[in-house]
Write a protein that binds this ligand. Structure first.
Ligand SMILES: Cc1cc2nc3c(=O)[nH]c(=O)nc-3n(C[C@H](O)[C@H](O)[C@H](O)COP(=O)(O)OP(=O)(O)OC[C@H]3O[C@@H](n4cnc5c(N)ncnc54)[C@H](O)[C@@H]3O)c2cc1C
Length: 394
């Protein structure tokens, strides 16, 4: 049923290296300078960002080449999303959600849907958002939104909220109940009558992004908009979130790495009692602990990427990686603030922004509790664990 679409051999190392150079240059030369204005205005300057992202192909990192994307493997994509996470958080979130769910469509959609949707997504002419969370229900399969079948149409009713890119998405991948016991994933175009989209208040960090509320009131879509079989929505959701959790962990790595680099620089430059604070053992300990977290996270990410690219499912590894990532970036940004002292707490200082931006990683693709549950389910059911160092499934 699933198609693994991104193979490392499709994009050779030199192509990947050149792409990374182009993207990193765009991130630092053209997107990073927008940070201050985004934080002040609490809105994203799409007219400035979009052409930059389009030019480097940032909307098609994970779309296979045959549909117009770069066709990167997961291992090739992780350093790129990590680099985006070093600059203003809402830019990273926008790129993450678009690529994550374009990737999910590449894997889960049928050939007609791929041909219709993926080229436009890869070019950035269309954008896809993911609509799971609801105001009156819980995480995952606890859904109140329904999609009832009437002939060759579904009629959707319900509410979703906190839906990232709700201001720009042309399509929403909506999780809805198609019967009391079954969940299906259904694509809903933005302009369908009966769909209303409202803004929610601004967020603590990753400022400028829109995470809106969707209300479906008798929204009709053709049955061909369903992605995968009827009732397969829960399986689709688990697969899409599994790899998306690894992308969040890579974002934690990028944010943490930037906080670490800034802390190193500050520790070398800041002089107290006649010596740079980098010469104090207390500061060296902070820096070493930060480096330890980042190095461990890097290795967990590598493990997830290699396994996924080899076609392996990684529910436990992905949840543990996302969980470790959010805890690691939490500790790293805490310590970065301590290394910087009071100046790091002031607005306009990058540490203050990185600290706030990192806190979204707790929530995206499920809270820590949900990661505990998913990982524990895997090893309690005997599906995952290994007492050697490889962690490979028997
Ligand atoms: C900026 C932002 C962007 C987002 N983007 C999207 C998006 O694009 N699409 C989307 O669908 N969602 C999105 N979300 C929603 C996000 O995924 C959820 O907020 C998150 O998964 C937590 O769900 P909740 O808010 O319903 O919290 P709740 O489910 O109400 O959880 C509250 C607390 O209770 C705990 N809890 C809840 N249920 C259980 C349980 N059964 N067992 C044990 N503990 C439990 C949770 O772990 C948490 O600690 C976004 C959120 C934010 C803040």
């Amino acid at each position: 049923m699933y198609r693994s679409v991104n193979r490392e051999d499709e994009v050779d190392d030199q192509d990947h290296h050149r792409l990374k150079e182009r993207v990193f240059a765009a991130i630092w030369d053209e997107l990073a300078p927008l940070e201050a204005a985004i934080e002040d205005d609490e809105s994203l300057p799409y007219e400035k960002m979009w052409p930059v992202l389009e030019r480097v192909g940032a909307f098609g990192f994970l779309v296979p080449r045959e549909y117009g994307g770069h066709g990167l493997s997961i291992r090739q994509y992780l350093p790129i999303i990590a680099e985006f996470a070093k600059i203003q958080g809402a830019i990273r979130v926008l790129v993450h959600v678009h690529n994550s769910f374009a990737h999910a469509l590449s894997e889960l959609a049928d050939e007609d849907q791929r041909r219709t949707l993926l080229p436009g997504l890869a070019r950035g002419e269309n954008s896809i958002a993911f609509a799971l969370t609801e105001p009156e229900r819980g995480t995952g399969a606890d859904l109140g939104t329904t999609a009832r079948r009437h002939g060759d149409e579904y009629v959707l009713d319900g509410r979703k909220w906190l839906i990232t890119n709700s201001d720009i998405a042309s399509h929403f991948l909506v999780l809805a109940k198609t019967s009391e016991a079954e969940v299906s994933s259904i694509l809903v175009e933005r302009d369908r009558p009966g769909l209303t989209i409202e803004s929610l208040p601004e967020t603590m960090g990753c400022k400028g992004g829109q995470h809106g509320e969707l209300t479906f009131h008798g929204v009709r879509v053709p049955v061909r908009n369903r992605v995968g079989e009827e009732g397969q929505g829960q399986a689709n959701l688990e697969r899409a979130l599994e790899i998306s959790r690894v992308f969040i962990a890579a974002s934690s790595l990028g944010t943490g790495q930037r906080a670490f680099e800034l802390s190193l620089r500050h520790a070398r430059q800041r002089v107290t009692f006649g010596k740079p604070i980098a010469q104090r053992q207390a500061i060296q300990r902070y820096l070493a602990e930060m480096a330890m977290d980042l190095q461990a996270l890097r290795l967990m990410l590598e493990d997830c990427a290699v396994k996924w690219d080899a076609g392996q499912r990684i529910p436990a590894e992905a949840s543990l990686c996302k969980l470790f990532g959010l805890e690691a970036v939490g500790r790293v940004t805490d310590r970065a603030l301590l290394v910087h002292g009071g100046i790091g707490y002031t607005r306009k200082h990058p540490i203050e922004r990185l600290y706030r931006d990192a806190r979204l990683n707790w929530l995206e693709e499920g809270t820590p509790t949900i990661q505990h549950l998913v990982a524990a389910r895997e090893f309690l059911d005997g599906h995952w664990w290994s007492d050697d160092f490889s962690g490979v499934r028997p």
